[in-house]
Write a protein that binds this ligand. Structure first.
Ligand SMILES: Cc1cc2nc3c(=O)[nH]c(=O)nc-3n(C[C@H](O)[C@H](O)[C@H](O)COP(=O)(O)OP(=O)(O)OC[C@H]3O[C@@H](n4cnc5c(N)ncnc54)[C@H](O)[C@@H]3O)c2cc1C
Length: 431
């Protein structure tokens, strides 16, 4: 047990909560400052006058081993998500269903039975995976996903229905701009990992209830403090150690984990010259939005599968919140990398998605209410050769956590959680 160390954490997203719960489990009483009223950051519940939704519809993969471990142990547990063998159904044009077999058999079987692919496409995709496997999923030089696919002579159909949707779903970056190496890391762990790694994992409860809120209860039960609705103004490092200064108070800590979203790092640490290089790297990041549109239909409206791909319109994926979260008739559509959503009114976007759904499912009754939530800086654009700051900083005791911190992964829950765990481990090892 590590009683007596004082650790302050700024940011109650998935990275900050992963740090907090791990330290609490080891006997450290942490103090967390979260600016929002609801824990979870960019993966959180939003309460509206018509009901509860999430700020963004999230998918996890079976390969997100650390996130799933934390949900199972400190979060809402295995019953709080649905695990399905990898299935990609895009409109009526493409369907890939992989049986729950070990890699690479699951993908080979999925390709063999796929709808919308010719035998040439199937062989072409299987050879691509075999080639990447031989190359140990390493690119020779930094390049975009589009270039990688071109060099590997991937067919237009494979690009359109297989690799591009996977790229946008995982990296929230179009293939022409996305880092091939990070994409290959996801393929390695997702499509070529141990059995179950490629599973789609879909939450059955809201995102705050899935992990951040139960984790916070665990932290409090072990003597920690979680302040919500409390914004940290700055982190000071002086002769007497580290201090977090917030709107109400200032408190001293032996270690501080700064687990805020990248755009909000600079104001917190601008008084620390040693953090300049990290700030410069963050300044160079570009961000991409994600829009989520919820449409409430009569309760009998359902999807044939809980998550389907859409074609010919703004919506890319649609989720059945009735089948997943006991919200009958509620469909949620997501538009990743949604750069022109800003110029469309919420109703026009809802109508466009209604039309897309109608062409997939047949005539639909009119939706009742709709709700658009746009996260303007949902994730960083995962471009080739991107430099991301390290978790350790030159300031003794100050660590950075978050999905933007150096990692194999794009901006995902798993990247956030792993960075939070790395901070907790580093603190426990050094005290
Ligand atoms: C719409 C959307 C859809 C997504 N879909 C997926 C998906 O399907 N799968 C997936 O894996 N990932 C997805 N992501 C990405 C994933 O949500 C993020 O990578 C992850 O939540 C980042 O967690 P984090 O803890 O690093 O940062 P954040 O969640 O941003 O947490 C940072 C926290 O710090 C707080 N904060 C900031 N400044 C201060 C301050 N000064 N004082 C106190 N608190 C402060 C913020 O309020 C916030 O709660 C999606 C993201 C969005 C927005």
């Amino acid at each position: 047990m590590k009683h007596g160390i004082r650790v302050g954490i700024v940011g109650g997203g998935w990275a900050g909560m992963a740090t907090a719960v791990t330290l609490a489990e080891a006997g450290v009483a942490v103090t967390m400052y979260e600016a929002g009223k609801v824990l979870g950051g960019r993966a959180r519940r939003v309460d509206t006058d018509t009901g509860t939704v999430d700020n963004g519809l999230h998918i996890l993969l079976g390969a997100y081993s650390e996130t799933l471990r934390l949900i199972d142990r400190f979060g809402a547990g295995p019953a709080s998500y649905r695990r399905l063998p990898l299935t990609l159904e895009i409109g009526n044009r493409f369907r890939l269903r992989c049986p729950p077999w070990p890699a690479p058999l699951h993908l080979l079987a999925g390709l063999a039975s796929a709808r919308g692919l010719s035998w040439h496409d199937r062989l072409n995709a299987a050879l691509f995976m075999a080639k990447m496997r031989r190359a140990r999923y390493r690119t020779r030089t930094p390049c975009s996903v589009a270039t990688l696919l071109e060099q590997a002579s991937q067919t237009a159909v494979n690009r359109e229905f297989l690799w591009h949707p996977l790229c946008v779903a995982a990296l929230n970056t179009p293939a022409a701009e996305a880092d091939a190496q990070v994409f290959l890391n996801v393929l390695r762990d997702g499509l070529d990992g141990p059995a179950g790694a490629s599973d789609l994992v879909l939450p059955r409860v809201d995102l705050s209830a899935l992990f951040p809120e139960p984790a916070a209860r665990h932290v409090i039960a072990r003597g920690g403090t979680i302040h919500t609705g409390r914004t940290a103004l700055r982190i000071d490092a002086g002769a007497e150690g580290l201090r977090i200064v917030d709107t109400d108070d200032s408190a001293a800590f032996d270690a501080v984990v700064c687990a805020v979203d990248a755009p909000r790092l600079e104001p917190l640490v601008s008084g620390l010259p040693a953090l300049r290089p990290a700030i410069e790297m963050v300044r160079a990041l570009r961000f991409a939005p994600i829009a989520s549109v919820y449409l409430q239909y009569p309760p009998q409206v359902r999807l044939p599968f809980p998550m389907l791909g859409l074609t010919d319109g703004p919506g890319q994926w649609v989720f059945d919140r009735g089948a997943l979260c006991h919200q009958p008739g509620l469909l949620g559509a997501v538009t990743s990398s949604a750069t022109d959503v800003d110029r469309t009114s919420p109703l026009a976007l809802a109508e466009a998605i209604h039309t897309q759904l109608g062409s997939l499912l047949g005539p639909l009754p009119r939706f009742g209410w709709h709700r658009l939530i746009t996260e303007k800086r949902a994730t960083f654009v995962c471009a080739p050769g991107l430099r991301r700051p390290a978790s350790r900083t030159p300031v003794a005791g100050l660590l950075l956590a978050g999905d933007y911190v150096e990692s194999d992964y794009p901006a995902t829950l798993e990247a956030a959680v792993r960075s939070g765990l790395a901070c907790a481990r580093s603190i426990l090892e050094s005290h």
